[in-house]
Design a protein around this ligand. Structure first.
Ligand code: GDP
Length: 483
């Protein structure tokens, strides 16, 4: 999606011209000059539908499609305003709408931006989308509005992730956490410590320029104190994030369901090895198997349990019963339950009873979708086939979200931020500690400066002052279109 770029954290201070030149390249690379449009309201019919647009030439695009009720031209409006009017669509009567107009740059994306609020009728919204595309806009990529907000400096990366945290919030607690992060709670702590380190580095480097004249811009004592303050703040943040990440590593996700629904096959498909025994004979998985699952930066222990069918009396019934008891216990202890339903048959009474029970962290999966479908299950579920691989990526993505949410419950940072930032904060904390030791042992100010640079680069990655296309891809690809 993006051209590779790793910015020097000191670029802004050292060379404004170079930073501006890099920005110019970015502007081209990220097609910031194009006008983008997307339906921003949820899919399906509703009382109100919303189209969102952004781009420097947005006014020209809107003027071809939108007519203000009072015949005002958008060029006359310099403040954020709501204008009642209508859309001219081919083949239909003018469509009444409200235009929310932000001429920019004080908008979410930092550019001219608009929202068209009209009837939430999908064919009408599609027609409006097409009319706006004919007038010069193009369809927005997932997360592109928030990416623009980041590139224009309106949000840092922790805030961009908070936007996603708000969209995905599972309840009032996670909503509050995301809101606090969006307001800059985490970002401002990081920016403060980064600014302090940049000042410290500038003073050290000024000293190097006057080394012959024996001029010190900062005393040994001041240097030690400021490094200690920064190291303490970063180490504290790193510890917090670390405990969060460790928490996700302990998350247990269990595959649960009636015998023969395809749990072991799914286990093998997800774990990528033939670990579980797959059989046509119900209840083959007698004990349970585990596999460490890596899910794009988060990890969990995936557990395949025995089926739960009591079965007829027989010599192996005690073994079956013991395995079933173990399976139920695994399911109860797990943070995430991947509950599997066989799509080739109707839901049975046991499954119905389980579905009726509330369970936090449950993901519903329909298995064997490559076979003729006879399920009567009508709820939402990820549709998978272990044979063709269909739906496995979607399941991995849903599992990742569930694992991250379960592993970071009750903590005060959006889970995705915690997982992404843990490594950078640890690196930064270690460099600052080394810098402190160097000052203590008179190890030379050049080496101290080098350690501070490493710490700054790592901190820059957390807030997004230093970034690569990988980081941006990873963050913004999780957004939906229109955000
Ligand atoms: P478990 O008892 O729930 O662990 O079920 P298994 O994974 O052992 O699968 C039971 C049977 O269903 C085996 O014959 C599998 O080969 C078959 N099966 C499992 N998943 C699929 C699938 O996605 N497609 C097809 N066609 N068969 C599947």
């Amino acid at each position: 999606m993006l051209g590779r770029r790793v910015a020097d954290p000191l670029a802004r201070r050292r060379s404004g011209a170079r930073a501006r030149c890099e920005l110019a390249v970015l502007v081209v690379l990220h097609s910031l000059l194009e006008t983008i449009v997307a339906i921003a309201s949820p899919p399906g019919g509703a009382a109100r539908g919303i189209l969102r647009l952004s781009g420097p030439d947005l006014r020209a695009c809107l003027e071809e499609v939108f007519e203000a009720g009072d015949r005002r031209a958008l060029s006359e409006i310099s403040e954020a305003t709501v204008v009642a009017g209508s859309l001219r669509l081919s083949g239909t009567a003018p469509l009444p709408c409200d235009l929310y107009w932000w001429p920019g740059p004080r908008s979410y994306t930092g550019q001219a931006m608009a929202e068209i609020h009209t009837f939430g009728c999908p064919p009408l919204l599609e027609a409006a989308l097409q009319a706006l595309c004919r007038a010069g806009a193009r369809l927005a990529e997932p997360g592109e509005f928030t990416l623009r907000a980041f590139l224009s400096g309106r949000l840092d990366l922790t805030q961009a992730e908070a936007v996603l945290g708000i969209v995905d919030a599972a309840g009032p607690e996670s909503f509050d956490v995301a809101l606090e992060q969006l307001a800059g709670g985490l970002g401002s702590r990081l920016h403060r410590v980064r600014d302090a380190l940049l000042d410290l580095l500038a003073e050290l480097e000024a000293g190097f320029d006057f080394a012959d004249e024996d001029l010190a811009f900062i005393s040994q004592k001041q240097l030690m104190r400021q490094l200690a303050e920064a190291a303490e703040t970063v180490a504290k943040l790193a510890r917090q994030m670390d405990s969060r990440r460790l928490a996700t590593e302990r998350v247990r996700a269990v595959l649960a369901g009636w015998p023969n629904v395809g749990k072991s096959s799914l286990f093998n498909a997800l774990a990528g090895k033939m670990g579980a025994l797959v059989s046509d004979h119900p209840g083959t998985t007698r004990d349970y198997l585990t596999a460490e699952l890596e899910l794009d930066g988060a990890t969990c222990l995936l557990i395949d349990t025995a089926g739960v069918e009591p079965g007829p009396a027989g010599a192996d019934r005690p073994v079956r019963l013991a395995a079933q008891a173990a399976a139920l216990e695994q399911s109860r202890q797990a943070d995430v339950e991947v509950f599997c339903l066989d799509s080739t048959r109707a839901v049975n009474a046991w499954e119905r009873a389980r579905l009726a029970q509330d369970r936090a962290g449950r993901l519903l999966v329909l298995t064997k979708v490559d076979l003729p479908q006879r399920t009567d299950f009508s709820g939402g579920a990820v549709r998978t086939s272990s044979v063709t691989g269909e739906g496995l990526d979607a399941l991995r993505a849903r599992l990742r979200e569930a694992v991250v949410t379960a592993g970071t419950a009750g903590l005060d940072v959006v889970p995705n931020t915690a997982v992404r930032c843990h490594e950078s904060l640890r690196l930064s904390a270690e460099s600052l500690e080394r810098a402190r030791q160097l000052v203590g042992t008179d190890g030379g100010e050049e080496l101290v400066a080098a350690e501070i640079r490493v710490a700054l680069e790592a901190l820059g990655k957390v807030v997004g002052a230093v970034y690569t296309d990988d980081i941006l891809d990873r963050i913004f690809s999780r957004f939906c279109i229109g955000k």
